[in-house]
Design a protein around this ligand. Structure first.
Ligand code: HEC
Length: 174
């Protein structure tokens, strides 16, 4: 169900992307942080934007429609919505995000490695999956200044939904 909804939204996002207005100065600064920051891991280690980066994490195009405050809350949230704890028959446990299922095979991204690694597991190779309460979204973003965070959000909103409004640090608070 989620996969089908994601596909429809992706198709809509691609259609929108075709009409994306020219990048703003703020979004351009955010883009550099997204792909190349030296503060912790760049967002692109785990997320994709404009077709670049890793597809391991959730697609941020879907969240780009939210207000700056909504997006920042998701970035800084310590609660995970999608991350699972996957146990394998081989005796491993890893924080995994389910990316797709085809027949007997589930495709996960394993977040115990940097960058996350794609793993195809057959049903018989998985003994258990449950909500992962341990994995935390990288706190690296908290090493950003407020202006830098605003820039990253402006980039996500521009690349994901074509928003060109300037994001001010105070927009992230209310
Ligand atoms: C180590 C990998 C990794 C890095 C680096 C990372 N993220 Fe994430 N991000 C994730 C994962 C995994 C989730 C999903 C967590 C969950 O809810 O289960 C996530 C969730 C999110 C969400 C919420 C998405 C949704 O649909 O709920 C946003 C927004 C986000 N990340 C933005 C960022 C930004 C911006 C950066 C850079 C400052 C960043 N992330 C860096 C892995 C990462």
């Amino acid at each position: 169900m989620r996969v089908a909804a994601t596909f429809i939204m992706l198709t809509a996002a691609v259609a929108l992307w075709a009409q994306t207005p020219p990048i703003t100065a703020q979004a351009a600064r955010g883009k550099v942080l997204f792909f190349e920051t030296t503060k912790g891991q760049p967002c692109a280690t785990c997320h994709q934007m404009e077709g670049k980066g890793s597809e391991a994490g959730p697609d941020l195009k879907l969240i780009a429609a939210l207000s700056p405050k909504g997006i920042i809350m998701a970035v800084l949230s310590s609660r995970t919505a999608y991350m699972q704890e996957v146990k394998t028959a081989a005796g491993q446990t890893f924080p995994g995000l389910l990316k797709g299922q085809a027949g007997d095979v589930s495709t996960y991204y394993d977040f115990s490695t940097t960058p996350p690694t794609k793993r195809d597991l057959k049903k018989a190779e998985i003994t258990d999956t449950k909500d992962n309460a341990q994995w935390k979204h990288p706190p690296e973003s908290t090493g950003y200044s407020e202006d830098e965070l605003a820039d990253v959000i402006a980039y996500v909103r521009w690349a994901g939904k074509g928003h060109t409004t300037v994001v001010k640090p105070e927009d992230m608070k209310h």
